[in-house]
Write a protein that binds this ligand. Structure first.
Ligand code: ZN
Length: 458
């Protein structure tokens, strides 16, 4: 049955206007006045905004780290995402060292297909520049895995400069964006060892082990390598002003560099690590939370349009049993926290609600920006005829207090426990089918599909 959303205020990255949105066979077929006809299902969005479904281009569902696995799987994580207004995620296919990339992709698809309640894509995390890997990339890009992820830290993931150069060359030829986790490994190892040798093993030392200098050097170095080889970059999870300055320098040289930040860097500071006992472990994520000065700098950059996306880096670990691993040594605390469900409500509340962002900027940062960077546009990330009917009816008046017990993320705490928000998804549709009605999840495992993303070959 055709679906029409009436009486709402439609928001795109450029404009907001009163209009009906007509959906036919999973796509938006028209936007305009008086589109309701007999026989259509009518959704009354009076008093609400009508937004494109959120796109979270950086999440880690059921991600193995050592013998642990992040707590949300593709079923629970995508249901939580839907409840928060996100209809598409981009997760990762990450090979073990020596494993063929195609094999890693096949295994990841097997974990997601039939489980995901929302649409999903996969970035190719590249952990070597072997001939096999280089040979596999063009075919995988054509099959819709049209973005790479590279790391400059973490055993099992980090790449040395020669490998990064070769992989960036391929990215430039294939016309795909490379998501960069760029911390300087030597700085992180050096700082961590010095802290531990001095007996500083508590969570409060986590930010000192991963200083802004490490993050800025890693980002600057990969941007220099991209200057030589070409390739569009997206600097992941920018946490501080020092990295922003490097991004600005690269852009001033004419380089194509996207920037991503996350709600936790916008809303929280390193003060969280001073919580009593071991509670600071809840906020051990990487890069770490920074200073109030950095937090303010991120908001200003966000308002000035310097960021293309706000993603979550969702990677939840239970405080009991999992975070607990690092009670005697902060370096053993699994890195990451939950955020897939709270991204839109927090950014709306703290951004639009406080007058720091317009609704159009909100749509740009949560949907259109990541869609453009990662080959989903204009199929997703925008309300326009021909696009997938991924639609959020957003109630700007709904107030609630975030509590782990009420959320759908499968983890035993919420980093924003007790945080008040105003503005929440009322109804969410994926390709015209309901995922959330009146705030209740009505989707199902397997209702989401793998999305083949496009590339722009040179
Ligand atoms: Zn990540």
């Amino acid at each position: 049955m055709d679906l029409v959303v009436v009486n709402g205020l439609v928001v795109t990255a450029d404009a907001q206007f009163k209009a009906d949105v007509l959906c036919r066979q999973g796509r938006i077929s028209a936007i305009g006045d008086n589109l309701f006809r007999q026989g259509m299902e009518k959704i009354d969005a009076a008093g609400c905004y009508v937004l494109p479904g959120g796109i979270d281009a950086h999440v880690h569902l059921q991600m193995p780290v050592g013998d642990l696995v992040s707590t949300d799987d593709f079923g629970s994580g995508t249901a939580a995402a839907a409840c928060g207004g996100t209809t598409t995620i981009v997760d990762f296919a990450t090979p073990e060292r020596g494993q063929a990339l195609e094999e890693a992709v096949r295994l990841r698809r097997a974990e997601a297909d039939g489980q995901a309640a929302i649409d999903y894509g996969l970035h190719l995390a590249l952990v070597d520049d072997s001939e096999e890997t280089l040979a596999a990339l063009p075919g995988l890009v054509r099959a819709g895995y049209s973005s790479f992820k590279i790391y400059t830290v973490y055993d099992g993931l980090y790449l040395e400069d020669p490998a990064i150069l070769r992989l960036l060359q391929v990215a430039a030829e294939q016309g795909v964006t490379v998501l960069v986790h760029g911390e300087n490994r030597a700085i992180v190892d050096y700082c961590t060892q010095r802290l531990l040798q001095a007996g500083h093993s508590a969570p409060r030392y986590h930010p000192q082990a991963r200083p802004a200098a490490a993050e800025a050097e890693g980002a600057a170095r990969v941007m220099a390598l991209a200057q030589v080889t070409g390739a569009t970059l997206c600097i992941a999870h920018v946490s501080c002003e020092q990295v922003l300055e490097e991004v600005r320098r690269a852009r001033a040289r004419g380089q194509a560099v996207h920037a991503e930040t996350c709600p936790h860097y916008l809303l929280l500071t390193q003060e969280e690590y001073e919580r009593p006992g071991f509670e600071g472990a809840k906020y051990v994520l990487t890069p770490p939370l920074r200073s109030e000065v950095d937090r303010e700098a991120l908001w200003q950059a966000l308002a000035a349009g310097e960021f293309q996306q706000v993603s979550t880096d969702h990677c939840p670990w239970n405080y009991a049993a999992q975070k607990e691993r690092g009670r005697e040594n902060f370096a053993l605390i699994p890195n990451g926290a939950a955020g897939i469900e709270t991204r839109l409500p927090l950014l709306w509340s703290e951004g639009v609600g406080r007058g720091r962002l317009s609704p159009e900027q909100f749509v740009q940062l949560t949907a259109s920006g990541p869609a453009r960077a990662f080959g989903l546009y204009p199929r997703k990330g925008v309300l326009a005829p021909g696009a997938d009917a991924d639609i959020v009816v957003w109630d700007p008046h709904r107030r609630l207090t975030l509590r782990a017990a009420d959320l759908h993320q499968r983890v035993d705490y919420c980093p924003y426990e007790g945080w008040p928000v105003q503005g929440y998804p009322r109804d969410v549709f994926l390709r015209g089918r309901p995922l959330v009605r009146g705030g209740q999840f009505v989707g199902e495992p397997g209702g989401g599909r793998f999305v083949e993303r496009s590339s722009q070959p040179a």
